[in-house]
Design a protein around this ligand. Structure first.
Ligand SMILES: Nc1ncnc2c1ncn2[C@@H]1O[C@H](COP(=O)(O)OP(=O)(O)O)[C@@H](O)[C@H]1O
Ligand SMILES: [Mg+2]
Length: 364
Protein backbone atom coordinates (compact mmCIF):
# COMPACT_ATOMS: atom_id res chain seq x y z
CA UNK A 1 0.00 0.00 0.00
CA UNK A 2 1.09 3.56 -0.72
CA UNK A 3 -0.26 6.92 0.25
CA UNK A 4 -0.66 9.08 -2.84
CA UNK A 5 -2.07 12.30 -1.42
CA UNK A 6 -3.09 13.78 1.92
CA UNK A 7 -5.31 16.80 2.41
CA UNK A 8 -5.56 18.44 5.85
CA UNK A 9 -8.09 21.07 6.90
CA UNK A 10 -7.88 22.72 10.35
CA UNK A 11 -5.77 19.83 11.59
CA UNK A 12 -3.22 20.87 14.27
CA UNK A 13 -1.17 23.74 12.77
CA UNK A 14 -2.47 23.18 9.21
CA UNK A 15 -5.24 25.43 7.99
CA UNK A 16 -5.49 23.91 4.55
CA UNK A 17 -2.67 21.89 3.00
CA UNK A 18 -2.16 19.17 0.40
CA UNK A 19 0.83 16.86 0.14
CA UNK A 20 1.64 14.59 -2.78
CA UNK A 21 3.84 11.66 -1.81
CA UNK A 22 6.42 9.76 -3.84
CA UNK A 23 7.95 6.32 -3.27
CA UNK A 24 10.22 7.63 -0.52
CA UNK A 25 9.73 10.94 1.22
CA UNK A 26 11.51 13.20 3.61
CA UNK A 27 9.56 15.80 5.57
CA UNK A 28 12.07 18.53 6.41
CA UNK A 29 11.43 21.42 8.77
CA UNK A 30 12.49 23.05 12.02
CA UNK A 31 11.16 21.89 15.38
CA UNK A 32 7.49 22.78 15.63
CA UNK A 33 7.05 23.08 11.85
CA UNK A 34 4.38 20.37 11.68
CA UNK A 35 6.23 17.23 10.56
CA UNK A 36 4.95 14.87 13.25
CA UNK A 37 1.45 16.23 12.68
CA UNK A 38 1.52 14.80 9.14
CA UNK A 39 2.46 11.32 10.37
CA UNK A 40 -0.18 11.56 13.10
CA UNK A 41 -2.82 12.42 10.46
CA UNK A 42 -1.94 9.32 8.41
CA UNK A 43 -1.98 7.17 11.55
CA UNK A 44 -5.47 8.49 12.39
CA UNK A 45 -6.66 7.40 8.94
CA UNK A 46 -5.31 3.93 9.77
CA UNK A 47 -6.61 3.53 13.33
CA UNK A 48 -9.38 6.15 13.75
CA UNK A 49 -7.63 7.51 16.84
CA UNK A 50 -4.47 9.34 17.77
CA UNK A 51 -1.56 7.59 19.43
CA UNK A 52 -0.04 10.98 20.20
CA UNK A 53 -2.97 12.95 21.65
CA UNK A 54 -5.35 11.63 24.31
CA UNK A 55 -8.41 12.64 22.31
CA UNK A 56 -9.03 13.75 18.75
CA UNK A 57 -10.34 17.14 19.95
CA UNK A 58 -6.71 18.11 20.64
CA UNK A 59 -6.01 17.77 16.93
CA UNK A 60 -8.53 20.47 15.99
CA UNK A 61 -6.70 23.62 14.96
CA UNK A 62 -6.90 26.18 17.78
CA UNK A 63 -9.94 28.42 17.41
CA UNK A 64 -11.70 26.09 14.94
CA UNK A 65 -14.70 23.83 15.42
CA UNK A 66 -13.44 20.69 13.68
CA UNK A 67 -10.88 19.12 11.36
CA UNK A 68 -11.03 17.09 8.18
CA UNK A 69 -8.51 14.69 6.66
CA UNK A 70 -8.66 13.16 3.24
CA UNK A 71 -6.20 10.46 2.22
CA UNK A 72 -5.86 8.75 -1.13
CA UNK A 73 -4.11 5.38 -1.01
CA UNK A 74 -3.06 3.04 -3.79
CA UNK A 75 -3.29 -0.64 -3.06
CA UNK A 76 -2.90 -2.81 -6.10
CA UNK A 77 -4.71 -4.83 -7.24
CA UNK A 78 -7.73 -3.42 -5.36
CA UNK A 79 -7.06 0.04 -6.76
CA UNK A 80 -7.55 3.39 -5.08
CA UNK A 81 -8.88 3.85 -1.59
CA UNK A 82 -10.09 7.29 -0.49
CA UNK A 83 -10.67 7.89 3.20
CA UNK A 84 -12.43 11.05 4.35
CA UNK A 85 -12.31 11.64 8.10
CA UNK A 86 -14.11 14.46 9.94
CA UNK A 87 -14.07 15.34 13.61
CA UNK A 88 -16.20 18.17 14.98
CA UNK A 89 -15.55 19.27 18.56
CA UNK A 90 -17.46 17.11 21.01
CA UNK A 91 -19.20 15.10 18.27
CA UNK A 92 -18.69 11.59 16.91
CA UNK A 93 -16.31 11.23 13.97
CA UNK A 94 -17.63 10.73 10.47
CA UNK A 95 -15.65 8.43 8.22
CA UNK A 96 -16.22 7.76 4.55
CA UNK A 97 -14.42 5.15 2.50
CA UNK A 98 -14.78 5.77 -1.23
CA UNK A 99 -17.81 7.98 -0.49
CA UNK A 100 -19.56 5.37 1.64
CA UNK A 101 -20.25 6.40 5.25
CA UNK A 102 -19.11 3.85 7.84
CA UNK A 103 -21.74 2.88 10.40
CA UNK A 104 -19.00 2.44 13.03
CA UNK A 105 -15.50 3.84 13.20
CA UNK A 106 -14.16 0.36 14.02
CA UNK A 107 -14.91 -0.59 10.40
CA UNK A 108 -11.92 1.54 9.46
CA UNK A 109 -9.52 -0.79 11.27
CA UNK A 110 -7.51 -2.86 8.84
CA UNK A 111 -8.20 -0.72 5.75
CA UNK A 112 -4.94 1.27 5.77
CA UNK A 113 -1.84 -0.88 6.05
CA UNK A 114 0.82 1.21 7.81
CA UNK A 115 3.47 1.14 10.54
CA UNK A 116 4.47 4.18 12.56
CA UNK A 117 7.83 4.57 14.35
CA UNK A 118 7.53 7.11 17.17
CA UNK A 119 9.96 8.28 19.86
CA UNK A 120 7.44 6.84 22.36
CA UNK A 121 8.09 3.31 21.04
CA UNK A 122 10.71 3.07 23.75
CA UNK A 123 7.77 2.50 26.09
CA UNK A 124 7.30 -0.90 24.45
CA UNK A 125 10.58 -1.99 25.97
CA UNK A 126 10.53 -0.14 29.28
CA UNK A 127 6.96 1.08 29.86
CA UNK A 128 3.99 -0.43 31.69
CA UNK A 129 2.33 -3.69 30.51
CA UNK A 130 -0.85 -1.88 29.43
CA UNK A 131 1.08 -0.04 26.67
CA UNK A 132 2.38 -3.33 25.27
CA UNK A 133 -1.04 -4.98 25.37
CA UNK A 134 -2.64 -2.02 23.63
CA UNK A 135 0.04 -2.06 20.95
CA UNK A 136 -0.40 -5.79 20.32
CA UNK A 137 -4.19 -5.54 20.31
CA UNK A 138 -4.19 -2.75 17.73
CA UNK A 139 -1.68 -4.58 15.55
CA UNK A 140 -3.48 -7.95 15.51
CA UNK A 141 -6.88 -6.26 15.06
CA UNK A 142 -5.50 -4.55 11.95
CA UNK A 143 -4.45 -7.82 10.39
CA UNK A 144 -7.23 -10.15 11.65
CA UNK A 145 -10.84 -9.01 12.02
CA UNK A 146 -11.76 -12.04 14.09
CA UNK A 147 -9.28 -11.02 16.76
CA UNK A 148 -10.93 -7.63 17.05
CA UNK A 149 -14.33 -9.29 17.57
CA UNK A 150 -12.87 -11.69 20.17
CA UNK A 151 -11.26 -8.78 21.97
CA UNK A 152 -14.52 -6.85 22.12
CA UNK A 153 -16.38 -9.89 23.45
CA UNK A 154 -13.69 -10.52 26.02
CA UNK A 155 -13.66 -6.90 27.20
CA UNK A 156 -17.45 -6.86 27.51
CA UNK A 157 -17.51 -10.07 29.57
CA UNK A 158 -14.74 -8.78 31.83
CA UNK A 159 -16.56 -5.53 32.46
CA UNK A 160 -19.81 -7.34 33.27
CA UNK A 161 -18.08 -9.78 35.62
CA UNK A 162 -16.33 -6.95 37.48
CA UNK A 163 -19.57 -5.01 37.81
CA UNK A 164 -21.31 -8.08 39.11
CA UNK A 165 -18.64 -8.54 41.76
CA UNK A 166 -18.95 -4.95 42.84
CA UNK A 167 -22.71 -5.35 43.27
CA UNK A 168 -22.36 -8.72 44.97
CA UNK A 169 -20.26 -7.23 47.71
CA UNK A 170 -23.47 -6.00 49.25
CA UNK A 171 -24.45 -8.85 51.58
CA UNK A 172 -27.67 -10.81 51.50
CA UNK A 173 -27.51 -12.53 48.12
CA UNK A 174 -27.54 -16.35 48.39
CA UNK A 175 -24.44 -18.15 47.19
CA UNK A 176 -26.26 -20.16 44.52
CA UNK A 177 -27.65 -17.09 42.74
CA UNK A 178 -24.27 -15.43 42.94
CA UNK A 179 -22.45 -18.40 41.49
CA UNK A 180 -24.90 -18.85 38.66
CA UNK A 181 -24.54 -15.23 37.58
CA UNK A 182 -20.75 -15.30 37.74
CA UNK A 183 -20.68 -18.61 35.88
CA UNK A 184 -22.15 -17.03 32.75
CA UNK A 185 -19.30 -14.55 32.48
CA UNK A 186 -16.68 -17.13 33.47
CA UNK A 187 -17.70 -19.27 30.50
CA UNK A 188 -17.20 -16.37 28.10
CA UNK A 189 -13.96 -15.15 29.65
CA UNK A 190 -12.43 -18.64 29.60
CA UNK A 191 -13.35 -19.10 25.95
CA UNK A 192 -12.22 -15.71 24.61
CA UNK A 193 -9.09 -15.52 26.77
CA UNK A 194 -7.90 -18.79 25.18
CA UNK A 195 -8.49 -17.45 21.67
CA UNK A 196 -6.74 -14.14 22.36
CA UNK A 197 -3.81 -15.94 23.95
CA UNK A 198 -3.27 -18.23 20.94
CA UNK A 199 -3.17 -15.27 18.53
CA UNK A 200 -0.90 -13.24 20.80
CA UNK A 201 1.44 -16.19 21.07
CA UNK A 202 1.52 -16.68 17.31
CA UNK A 203 2.37 -12.99 16.78
CA UNK A 204 4.92 -12.81 19.58
CA UNK A 205 6.67 -15.94 18.28
CA UNK A 206 6.93 -14.19 14.92
CA UNK A 207 8.14 -11.01 16.64
CA UNK A 208 10.73 -12.95 18.65
CA UNK A 209 12.20 -14.53 15.51
CA UNK A 210 12.17 -11.39 13.40
CA UNK A 211 13.38 -8.99 16.08
CA UNK A 212 16.33 -11.23 16.92
CA UNK A 213 17.14 -11.72 13.22
CA UNK A 214 16.97 -8.00 12.41
CA UNK A 215 18.95 -7.02 15.47
CA UNK A 216 21.89 -9.16 14.46
CA UNK A 217 21.48 -8.43 10.74
CA UNK A 218 21.94 -4.75 11.60
CA UNK A 219 25.20 -5.65 13.28
CA UNK A 220 24.07 -4.86 16.84
CA UNK A 221 25.74 -7.00 19.49
CA UNK A 222 23.82 -9.44 21.66
CA UNK A 223 21.17 -12.13 21.41
CA UNK A 224 17.60 -10.82 21.56
CA UNK A 225 14.58 -12.63 22.96
CA UNK A 226 10.96 -11.47 23.16
CA UNK A 227 9.04 -13.50 25.74
CA UNK A 228 5.31 -13.78 26.13
CA UNK A 229 4.07 -13.90 29.72
CA UNK A 230 0.60 -15.29 30.25
CA UNK A 231 -1.37 -17.39 32.67
CA UNK A 232 -4.03 -18.19 30.08
CA UNK A 233 -4.29 -21.72 28.67
CA UNK A 234 -5.54 -22.61 25.20
CA UNK A 235 -7.93 -24.99 26.89
CA UNK A 236 -11.22 -23.56 28.17
CA UNK A 237 -11.68 -25.96 31.09
CA UNK A 238 -8.27 -25.11 32.47
CA UNK A 239 -9.15 -21.42 32.26
CA UNK A 240 -12.42 -22.05 34.08
CA UNK A 241 -10.50 -23.72 36.91
CA UNK A 242 -8.22 -20.71 37.23
CA UNK A 243 -11.17 -18.36 37.34
CA UNK A 244 -12.86 -20.51 39.97
CA UNK A 245 -9.79 -20.60 42.16
CA UNK A 246 -9.46 -16.80 42.25
CA UNK A 247 -13.18 -16.13 42.68
CA UNK A 248 -13.05 -15.44 46.42
CA UNK A 249 -10.27 -12.91 45.94
CA UNK A 250 -12.05 -11.34 42.95
CA UNK A 251 -15.14 -10.87 45.08
CA UNK A 252 -13.16 -9.23 47.83
CA UNK A 253 -11.50 -6.71 45.49
CA UNK A 254 -14.37 -6.31 43.05
CA UNK A 255 -12.27 -7.13 39.99
CA UNK A 256 -11.01 -10.10 37.99
CA UNK A 257 -7.38 -10.97 38.65
CA UNK A 258 -6.82 -13.76 36.15
CA UNK A 259 -7.13 -13.32 32.40
CA UNK A 260 -5.86 -12.07 29.06
CA UNK A 261 -6.00 -8.52 30.44
CA UNK A 262 -3.04 -9.46 32.67
CA UNK A 263 -0.83 -10.66 29.77
CA UNK A 264 2.51 -9.04 29.08
CA UNK A 265 5.72 -9.56 27.10
CA UNK A 266 9.36 -8.83 27.85
CA UNK A 267 12.50 -8.00 25.94
CA UNK A 268 15.75 -9.73 26.82
CA UNK A 269 19.25 -9.00 25.59
CA UNK A 270 21.67 -11.84 26.23
CA UNK A 271 20.56 -12.92 29.68
CA UNK A 272 19.35 -9.57 30.94
CA UNK A 273 15.88 -8.17 31.07
CA UNK A 274 16.08 -5.11 28.79
CA UNK A 275 13.74 -2.94 30.87
CA UNK A 276 16.07 -3.25 33.87
CA UNK A 277 19.60 -3.80 32.59
CA UNK A 278 19.99 -2.35 29.12
CA UNK A 279 21.26 1.10 28.24
CA UNK A 280 18.91 3.64 26.70
CA UNK A 281 20.71 3.15 23.39
CA UNK A 282 20.22 -0.61 23.44
CA UNK A 283 16.54 -0.22 24.29
CA UNK A 284 16.14 2.16 21.38
CA UNK A 285 17.71 -0.37 19.00
CA UNK A 286 15.46 -3.11 20.38
CA UNK A 287 12.39 -0.96 19.80
CA UNK A 288 13.51 -0.19 16.24
CA UNK A 289 14.13 -3.86 15.44
CA UNK A 290 10.73 -4.71 16.94
CA UNK A 291 8.94 -2.16 14.78
CA UNK A 292 10.79 -3.42 11.69
CA UNK A 293 9.40 -6.84 12.60
CA UNK A 294 5.90 -5.33 12.65
CA UNK A 295 6.39 -4.17 9.05
CA UNK A 296 7.48 -7.67 8.09
CA UNK A 297 4.49 -9.28 9.84
CA UNK A 298 2.08 -6.93 8.07
CA UNK A 299 3.75 -7.57 4.72
CA UNK A 300 3.28 -11.33 5.19
CA UNK A 301 -0.16 -11.35 6.78
CA UNK A 302 -1.71 -8.87 4.36
CA UNK A 303 0.43 -9.87 1.40
CA UNK A 304 1.20 -6.18 0.87
CA UNK A 305 4.03 -4.00 2.26
CA UNK A 306 2.75 -1.30 4.66
CA UNK A 307 3.33 2.44 4.37
CA UNK A 308 6.15 3.12 6.85
CA UNK A 309 6.17 6.37 8.85
CA UNK A 310 9.36 7.17 10.76
CA UNK A 311 9.32 10.08 13.19
CA UNK A 312 12.67 11.23 14.58
CA UNK A 313 13.42 7.88 16.23
CA UNK A 314 16.76 7.44 14.53
CA UNK A 315 18.21 10.74 15.75
CA UNK A 316 20.20 9.12 18.54
CA UNK A 317 22.09 6.86 16.12
CA UNK A 318 25.52 7.73 14.76
CA UNK A 319 25.67 8.58 11.03
CA UNK A 320 26.81 5.13 9.92
CA UNK A 321 24.15 3.24 11.84
CA UNK A 322 21.56 5.80 10.84
CA UNK A 323 22.10 5.11 7.14
CA UNK A 324 22.31 1.38 7.74
CA UNK A 325 18.98 1.32 9.59
CA UNK A 326 17.27 3.61 7.08
CA UNK A 327 18.23 1.16 4.32
CA UNK A 328 17.15 -1.89 6.31
CA UNK A 329 13.69 -0.70 7.45
CA UNK A 330 10.99 -2.49 5.46
CA UNK A 331 12.86 -2.57 2.14
CA UNK A 332 9.71 -3.09 0.04
CA UNK A 333 7.68 -0.29 1.64
CA UNK A 334 6.92 3.30 0.78
CA UNK A 335 8.50 5.45 3.48
CA UNK A 336 7.99 8.85 5.01
CA UNK A 337 10.74 10.16 7.29
CA UNK A 338 10.86 13.36 9.31
CA UNK A 339 14.11 15.27 9.92
CA UNK A 340 15.19 18.78 10.86
CA UNK A 341 17.98 18.73 8.26
CA UNK A 342 19.14 16.44 5.49
CA UNK A 343 22.78 16.49 6.59
CA UNK A 344 22.84 12.98 8.01
CA UNK A 345 21.66 11.19 4.90
CA UNK A 346 24.28 9.57 2.70
CA UNK A 347 24.24 11.11 -0.80
CA UNK A 348 23.15 7.86 -2.43
CA UNK A 349 20.10 7.70 -0.17
CA UNK A 350 19.12 11.32 -0.50
CA UNK A 351 18.83 11.02 -4.29
CA UNK A 352 16.00 8.52 -3.87
CA UNK A 353 13.91 10.71 -1.56
CA UNK A 354 11.31 13.33 -2.39
CA UNK A 355 12.08 16.28 -0.15
CA UNK A 356 9.02 18.03 1.22
CA UNK A 357 9.79 21.26 3.06
CA UNK A 358 7.48 22.41 5.83
CA UNK A 359 7.38 25.75 7.66
CA UNK A 360 4.79 26.58 10.28
CA UNK A 361 2.00 24.44 8.90
CA UNK A 362 2.72 25.29 5.28
CA UNK A 363 4.02 22.91 2.64
CA UNK A 364 6.58 24.76 0.52
N1 LIG B 1 -4.56 21.92 17.93
C1 LIG B 1 -3.58 22.68 17.44
N2 LIG B 1 -3.87 23.87 16.84
C2 LIG B 1 -2.88 24.65 16.34
N3 LIG B 1 -1.58 24.32 16.37
C3 LIG B 1 -1.23 23.15 16.95
C4 LIG B 1 -2.22 22.28 17.51
N4 LIG B 1 -1.58 21.20 18.03
C5 LIG B 1 -0.27 21.40 17.78
N5 LIG B 1 -0.06 22.57 17.15
C6 LIG B 1 1.22 23.14 16.71
O1 LIG B 1 1.90 22.21 15.91
C7 LIG B 1 3.30 22.41 16.05
C8 LIG B 1 4.00 21.12 16.36
O2 LIG B 1 3.94 20.34 15.24
P1 LIG B 1 4.81 19.01 15.13
O3 LIG B 1 4.28 18.29 13.94
O4 LIG B 1 4.87 18.31 16.40
O5 LIG B 1 6.24 19.66 14.79
P2 LIG B 1 7.55 18.93 14.34
O6 LIG B 1 7.83 19.46 12.97
O7 LIG B 1 8.60 19.37 15.31
O8 LIG B 1 7.32 17.48 14.33
C9 LIG B 1 3.50 23.37 17.19
O9 LIG B 1 3.84 24.61 16.66
C10 LIG B 1 2.16 23.40 17.88
O10 LIG B 1 1.89 24.63 18.46
MG1 LIG C 1 8.17 16.06 15.56
Amino acid sequence: MKIVRLWLVNFRNYENAVIEFAGHNLLVGLNGAGKTNILEAIDILATSRSRIAKGLNKCIRRGQSGFALNGVFASPPAGELTIAFRQERGAARTIKINDEILARSSELIGRVNSVIFLPGDLELVQGPPAARRKYLDILISQTEREYYADLQNYTRALKQRNELFKNLRSPGLPDTARNRAVGVWDEQLAEYAGRLMLKRREYLDFFARETAGLYSALGFAGAVAVRYKTDVAPDKSQNLERLASSRAEDLRFGRTHWGAHADDFEFWLDDSKAAEFCSQGQRRLLAIAFKCAEAKIKTEKLNDPPVVLVDDVLLELDAERFNQVITAIAPQSQKIFTVTDTGRFAAGLLDKLKIIKITQGKIL
